[in-house]
Design a protein around this ligand. Structure first.
Ligand code: CP
Length: 325
């Protein structure tokens, strides 16, 4: 594996999930794999889980870890080619990444959607510059359109909670990605990415969202979309709760009349579904306290699995570096 920015960078999802589960069973099995190598974790946006789980994963492999909370601690970055930098930006992305090349064997970066320009976000205007200037492998810690380490952890979590056997009639689980309310416009990365990864899993995926909130067709492909949440939730085995803003009216929040918050009442429609959310969650806005704190919730297990998705990806990247590929 050279870079990891989407599911396209892995060759076989089943094998990757098996590796992740082996790592979870024995996370300290390869404490010297990253010896003498350095990973730089660069955050242009806030984080709790990604920052800490990546740090734990890297340390489990013996990597040196540099963390740069760039939005607070580094110079204001300029992204425009040929810019006359006589304003608020102090360092060009080209120079910043060239310097990171000198210090790091792997660069991992978080760069959210700016939510100002659809074109910039769809074209990954920041991640693409890291990929352009990096001379070492690049890992996405969430970009404008995708959150692959989260989606990989979601796949691990669903695998742990579903068994193909007589009790499940050897059927595929029904997985529902449900839109949830929020107080401000939220990017599409988690929803896009979850959709993309679920399309490669043995699951029946249904997306439910209000009219005006359909995801980018590039990610939805032919996934079933229902605008009636109750109909979608019927007999679900897994319910993934997530807000996103409109893609069509980019980054806007078209008004909706129904209440889409996931409640215990709505969960009764499901097949005692396991409830998932990437966190952070706005309690009693996206889902109720009752749901969040119920036995149906596997949300903290999901968060824990962020360590093992990261460690599996770092391990694969190190295999490539150590073999000189
Ligand atoms: N789920 C997730 O990426 O959490 P953070 O934003 O806290 O890293």
């Amino acid at each position: 594996m050279k870079n990891f920015t989407s599911i396209e960078d892995i060759s076989d999802l089943k094998t990757m999930i098996s590796k992740a589960l082996s790592i979870k069973a024995n996370p300290l099995a390869e404490p010297h794999k990253g010896k003498g190598k350095t990973i730089g974790l660069v955050f242009l946006n806030s984080s709790l889980r990604t920052r800490l789980s990546s740090q734990i994963a890297a340390q489990n492999l013996g990597l040196n870890v540099l963390i740069l909370n760039a939005s607070q601690e580094a110079w204001n970055l300029e992204f425009a080619d040929g810019a006359v930098m006589n304003g608020g930006t102090v360092e060009h992305i080209k120079d910043a990444v060239e310097v990171l090349n000198q210090y790091c064997d792997i660069i991992a970066v978080r760069c959210f959607a700016g939510m100002q320009s659809k074109e910039d976000d769809v074209n990954e205007s920041i991640l693409s510059q890291f990929l352009k200037y990096a001379k070492v492998p690049v890992i996405s810690l969430e970009s404008a359109t995708r959150h692959p380490l989260q989606s990989f952890a979601d796949c691990i979590t669903i695998t742990e909670n579903w068994t193909f056997d007589k009790s499940t009639m050897n059927r595929k689980p029904k997985v529902v990605l449900t839109w949830a309310p929020h107080i401000k416009p939220i990017a599409h990365a988690v929803a896009n990415s979850f959709t993309e990864w679920m399309q490669k899993m043995e699951v029946d995926l249904v997306i439910t969202n209000p009219e005006g909130y359909d995801l980018d067709p590039k990610f939805m492909k032919n996934t079933k979309v229902l605008h009636d949440q109750n109909e979608a939730l019927k007999d679900a085995d897994f319910v993934y709760v997530k807000n996103w803003s409109s893609f069509e009216n980019y980054a806007q929040m078209p008004e909706i009349k129904e209440n889409w918050m996931l409640t215990q009442e709505k969960l009764k429609l499901t097949n005692q579904a396991r409830v998932m959310h990437c966190l952070p969650v706005r309690r009693n806005v996206e889902l109720s306290d009752e749901v969040m704190d119920s036995e149906n919730s596997i949300i903290y297990q999901q968060a824990k699995n962020r360590i093992f998705s990261a460690q599996t990806v770092f391990s694969e990247i190190l295999d490539g570096l150590n073999s000189g590929k």
